[in-house]
Design a binder for this molecule. Structure first.
Ligand SMILES: Nc1ncnc2c1ncn2[C@@H]1O[C@H](COP(=O)(O)OP(=O)(O)OP(=O)(O)O)[C@@H](O)[C@H]1O
Ligand SMILES: [Mg+2]
Length: 410
């Protein structure tokens, strides 16, 4: 099998599946050439709780992707999620020393913006520049040379539990992979499903997976808010299992085959057969009953998101509405229910912006994996892996890269 510098690999270690996406760098973008997927048994709510099982799932997904792509995978960019992830907006303000903004003013204002009380057990994984403000002029990307008395920088900072991040790296390393970067899963997914226009006008990206629902809010082309809801498709399956008195494996099948997110969308005469267990005969239930069970849980998750958006005063800024992706968005009627709750346009997002095996990855399930390769393509060109197998202090590497990123941007 070949190895190549023109290959980027995304590893989405999800709560229900691990997926490896192999992309080839072309002149005009990325071609997906390999996809591997395996059942994930080592995570709970987006966080690794069993190293051995997770490593086994990674190895399986990677082997499948290697076979399809015809390349040996040595390094990957991985996603991170879970309720330990926190997003903050921060700003720094300084006086401009010589009435014209210089590099030294920029350095000082960034230091001021980065000064946040981050708990010891957490680490910064993203520093996302938003804008500079010189006196009253906002939305400035390059302030050096501008005249003014006061310089302000606005940035979005994402932190994650050090232990959770270390365990992800450990699993990838034990599966034989170097880790080139760790990326917040909803930031990755947004790379694959959102258009630049949507980000500019204001949009909420919702990645509804199995264990978590991850949210990223964009306005004026940049991330302004991120948060995680520790519920997803698995909670819906549990509710279906309880509500229809069937085992979780059957409930999962019923949900994916007949599930509907709004009771009122199912016809009155539609019935579903529910297998019996322990020797009991099968029963029939109305599809509306199934819809009622699913609607309650999905509505709860959407309400949770709506409240968070409102609490942050963002509801009127989302002119492009909401984009939902992740496996749970495949439930029929998901967009309709979300529109009712958000009172804004909603679409289901599948990966865009890549070539190659587009028919294979044409599902919301692959948004994070495809987003990881797109993120790497845009942000990490020609970089050494952050976390080599057997490497030690992973966050020293992240810090120096983030600082370099800020320097490059500003
Ligand atoms: N056709 C379908 N209809 C309804 N639900 C589906 C369908 N296909 C998958 N799902 C649900 O999507 C969920 C998995 O989504 P996804 O693959 O995005 O999650 P994940 O990445 O493994 O988890 P997470 O991101 O939360 O860690 C499961 O709960 C599954 O039941
Ligand atoms: Mg996921």
């Amino acid at each position: 099998m070949q190895t190549s510098n023109n290959i980027i690999v995304g590893l989405d270690i999800g709560t229900t599946k691990v997926c490896a996406i192999v992309a080839e760098v072309k002149k005009d973008g990325l071609d997906i050439i390999g996809v591997g997927s395996s059942v994930s048994n080592g995570l709970k709510n987006g966080v690794v709780i069993n190293i051995e099982n997770t490593v086994a799932s990674i190895i399986k997904a990677v082997e499948e992707a290697e076979l399809m792509g015809g390349y040996q995978i040595q390094e990957a960019i991985v996603g991170i999620a879970g309720s330990h992830v926190r997003g903050f907006n921060s700003r720094g303000i300084v006086a401009v020393k010589s009435r014209e903004v210089t590099q030294s003013d920029v350095d000082r204002v960034l230091s001021a913006a980065k000064t946040l009380a981050i708990p010891l057990e957490n680490e910064v994984i993203h520093i996302i520049p938003q804008e500079y403000i010189v006196d009253d002029q906002d939305d400035i990307k390059e302030p050096i040379g501008m005249s003014g008395l006061r310089l302000e920088a606005r940035i979005h900072i994402v932190t994650a539990s050090s232990i959770a991040a270390q365990n992800i790296v450990k699993c990838a390393n034990k599966a034989g992979l170097d880790v080139s970067d760790i990326v917040l899963e909803q930031i990755a997914a947004s790379e694959a499903v959102l258009t630049e226009d949507e980000k500019e006008l204001g949009v909420v990206l919702i990645d509804m997976g199995g264990g978590t629902t991850d949210v990223a809010v964009f306005s004026a082309g940049t991330i302004i808010h991120t948060f995680v809801i520790p519920k997803g498709g698995q909670s819906i399956t549990s509710d279906v299992s309880l509500g229809t008195k069937t085992i979780p494996q059957e409930a999962e099948k019923i949900k994916t085959k007949f599930g509907i997110a709004k009771e009122s969308l199912a016809r009155k005469d539609e019935v579903i057969e529910v297998p019996g267990f322990g020797g009991r005969p099968p029963r029939t239930i109305s599809r509306q009953v199934l819809g009622n069970i699913i609607e309650q849980r999905m509505a709860e998750i959407f309400m949770w998101i709506r409240k968070n958006i409102e609490k942050n005063g963002l509801e009127n800024k989302m002119l492009s509405g909401y984009v939902i992706t992740g496996g749970a968005s495949l439930i029929e009627g998901c967009a309709e229910l979300a529109e009712d709750i958000f009172g804004a346009p909603v679409r289901i997002g599948t990966p865009i912006g890549v070539g190659g095996l587009t028919d294979v990855i044409n599902s919301p399930i692959y948004s994070t994996g495809v987003g990881l390769v797109l993120y790497a393509f845009k942000n990490n060109k020609n970089k050494e892996p952050l976390f080599k197998k057997g490497g030690k202090n992973i966050f020293e590497n992240i810090k120096s890269r983030l600082l370099k990123l800020l320097e490059d941007f500003f």
